[in-house]
Design a protein around this ligand. Structure first.
Ligand SMILES: [Zn+2]
Length: 274
């Protein structure tokens, strides 16, 4: 009995030590659409900003790390992270390298989804405001998982960052990762968080936004069915709905986006390498 309790105490302290030492970080990739991880050596908790947007800071005293989402449209070269401690500003410089993303041509049969009519446009403008608000959401949270699980398991049919042409017309680059799985496949929450928005949108179809804290948000699109309500708390792996073909799609798949400081970044950076 005694040995058992001593052993359980040892196991407890070892696990506490391990979790305290191991900061779970995403893969760093300092390119447009990637992530820069910048160490900040101050005792007090700093606040960090990139292009005037608040940036996630994790860690503890003297070992802080800013996790910076880099827009796909970002210029190559030197960029600045502004760090504020007690209203004193310090600039942290970092270098953004080039990355060439591939080009893809898609034929969309529903022409209205490529060139929306007047009525569609007013719907799109209304929805854009709701979607922008969800992407800007900030919630203080010290307990963020930066290692995600795959929401569905299947082949990647369209990578993040693809330069896309719909019916030969250039459109914005692909802002997420497409995973091709059959209609009806259950979709899991990539990490724990709070559902901040659900909706049926013109391009994205049935969509769920999960807030993981400090500007880290995941978005799940084209769902057949949403099985969760706004305000619900989810754990990693909880089923939030099913894969479908709603919105602008060419076939059943999950479009999965990861947003950091209001910027879509490559979701693969949050997954363990296969
Ligand atoms: Zn997609």
């Amino acid at each position: 009995m005694k040995i058992k309790s001593i052993l359980s105490i040892i196991v407890f302290y070892v696990s506490v030590l391990c979790s305290a030492n191991a900061l779970e970080l995403p893969t760093e990739s300092i390119v447009p659409g990637g992530i820069a991880i910048i160490s900040i050596h101050t005792k007090e908790r700093p606040k960090a900003y990139f292009h005037a947007r608040r940036v996630m800071v994790i860690g503890s005293s003297a070992n802080w790390k800013a996790i910076v989402g880099i827009p796909l449209t970002e210029k190559i070269g030197t960029q600045i992270l502004v760090v504020k401690i007690n209203n004193v500003k310090t600039n942290y410089k970092f270098e953004i390298r080039n990355k060439e993303y591939e080009t893809q041509h898609l034929i969309i049969k529903n022409k209205r989804k490529v060139n929306p009519n007047k009525q569609d446009m007013s719907r799109i403008i209304t929805e854009r405001k709701i979607i922008s608000k969800a992407k800007l959401h900030w919630r203080d949270n010290e307990n963020i998982s930066l290692q995600f699980i795959k929401p569905v398991v299947g082949p990647y049919s369209s990578p993040f960052g693809l330069k896309r042409f719909f019916n030969k017309q250039p459109r914005k680059p692909h802002s997420g990762l497409d995973i091709a799985v059959p209609k009806g496949t259950p979709i899991a929450a990539a990490a724990s968080g709070i559902v901040i928005n659900i909706g049926d949108y013109f391009f994205n179809g049935n969509t769920v936004f999960i807030d993981h804290g400090q500007g880290l948000i995941t978005m799940y699109c084209h769902m057949e069915y949403i099985g969760i309500s706004e305000g619900s708390k989810v754990k990693a792996g909880d089923v939030i709905g099913k894969v479908g073909l709603t919105g602008r799609v060419t076939g059943a798949h999950l479009h999965w986006s990861v947003i950091l400081n209001n910027t879509t970044v490559d979701p693969l950076l949050f997954l363990a390498k296969d």
